[in-house]
Design a protein around this ligand. Structure first.
Ligand SMILES: NC(=O)c1ccc[n+]([C@@H]2O[C@H](COP(=O)([O-])OP(=O)(O)OC[C@H]3O[C@@H](n4cnc5c(N)ncnc54)[C@H](OP(=O)(O)O)[C@@H]3O)[C@@H](O)[C@H]2O)c1
Length: 320
């Protein structure tokens, strides 16, 4: 049984608990959120102990924490949890920038504990099945990725619009596109970005194209257009379409150069965060300090891509 603590009891923490209920060998022991009323409400729904300070949470009998606060506090909570001897599963984006992530990874190295960014798509059954299928019936090495997501229905008070809380489309959504490009095309080499800003000082929409060891990607992220899109991955022998919403993947089509078309249909259950949780628990049981699927170097490259894209559109967060 792996004993868990939750830090930040908002929207994604609730979805995480939906996944939690579908995973064996886990127990929710304690939760903490900045406001007492939030943690009380969370504990009344999901059980465990309510903690009213981070010190109380980290002193409780837990093996691991899930950090589900906003990105402005991810690094500080990751470091505090690791220093308290807890494994860390931290929501995306892992930190505000690469420099912060490297500080976290120094502590990971010093403590020998597990740290993983909660980058969910590769753990979904569709994504796993797709990779397995392509290993036996390949499209050749991927050379091009086109993907994007834009969400036009966030309520006006959503933290996505807050500069202080490290909102913005690149940070909130672009990080998924960064993952996809790096996962299929390899090491990042160059980034070119354009974007427009909203009244609160965050990027409302951004397009970025990237060059990698294996080829090129064209990506977008936004909050003012309805663009819950698909993803295209092209190789010399065919291309894959991961149908909408590609970051919660459930259906893909592979079109081969020889005219064949293969459909892969793998719906996800329990909200989809159960798969990364299961993987993380297995890593703890195996004594590993990083995931082979979302390794530290991949998290470094994802946030490096967003850092570079932000620099090109002129987006800085307070304190940077
Ligand atoms: N994996 C996914 O599918 C997915 C989807 C959406 C979002 N996310 C990520 O998940 C994270 C949270 O997003 P969300 O949509 O859940 O935001 P949210 O609804 O605002 O939840 C964050 C919660 O954390 C608490 N909080 C904020 N700052 C805190 C701090 N410094 N210390 C302690 N508690 C704090 C807030 O509660 P109180 O202030 O009331 O205590 C808030 O309810 C973000 O990094 C986001 O990018 C992931």
């Amino acid at each position: 049984m792996i004993k868990w603590g939750i830090i930040g009891c908002g929207r994604i923490a609730q979805r995480f608990m939906q996944g939690f209920a579908a995973v064996d060998g886990v127990e929710l022991v304690a939760s903490y959120s900045r406001r007492g009323v939030t943690v009380d409400d969370f504990v009344s729904k999901y059980g465990g102990m309510a903690c009213y300070s981070i010190d109380d949470l980290l002193a409780s009998d837990i093996d691991a924490v899930y950090i589900a606060t906003l990105p402005d506090s991810h690094a500080a909570y990751s470091i505090a949890a690791l220093k308290a001897g807890k494994h860390v599963l931290c929501e995306k984006p892992a930190t505000v920038n690469l420099a912060e992530l490297d500080e976290v990874l120094e502590v990971v190295k010093a403590t020998g504990l597990l740290f993983m960014e909660g980058m969910k798509p590769p753990f979904y059954p569709l994504y796993t099945k797709l990779k397995e299928y392509l290993a036996t019936d390949p499209i050749g090495p991927a050379g091009y990725v086109r993907a994007g997501s834009a969400v036009a229905d966030c309520p006006p008070d959503h933290p996505n619009y807050s500069l202080e809380l490290v909102g913005g489309s690149l940070m909130g959504i672009g990080i998924y596109e960064a993952f996809l490009a790096i996962d299929w095309l390899g090491d990042l080499q160059e980034v070119q970005t354009m974007g427009r800003f909203g009244q609160t000082g965050i990027d409302m929409f951004a397009i970025f194209q990237t060059m990698h060891k294996g080829g090129y990607a064209q990506l977008y992220a936004g909050f003012d257009l309805h663009g819950k899109g698909d993803a295209l991955i092209a190789g010399p022998l065919g291309h894959v379409t991961i149908h909408k919403n590609w970051w919660n993947p459930a259906r893909a089509t592979i079109d081969y150069l020889d005219g064949r078309s293969v459909e892969i249909d793998e719906p996800f259950t329990a909200g989809g965060l159960n798969y990364e949780l299961e993987h993380f628990c297995n890593l703890i049981r195996s004594g590993l300090t990083e995931s082979p699927i979302v390794p530290h170097q991949m998290s470094r490259q994802m946030i490096d891509m967003i850092d570079r894209a932000r620099a090109q559109v002129g987006l800085k967060y307070p304190g940077e």
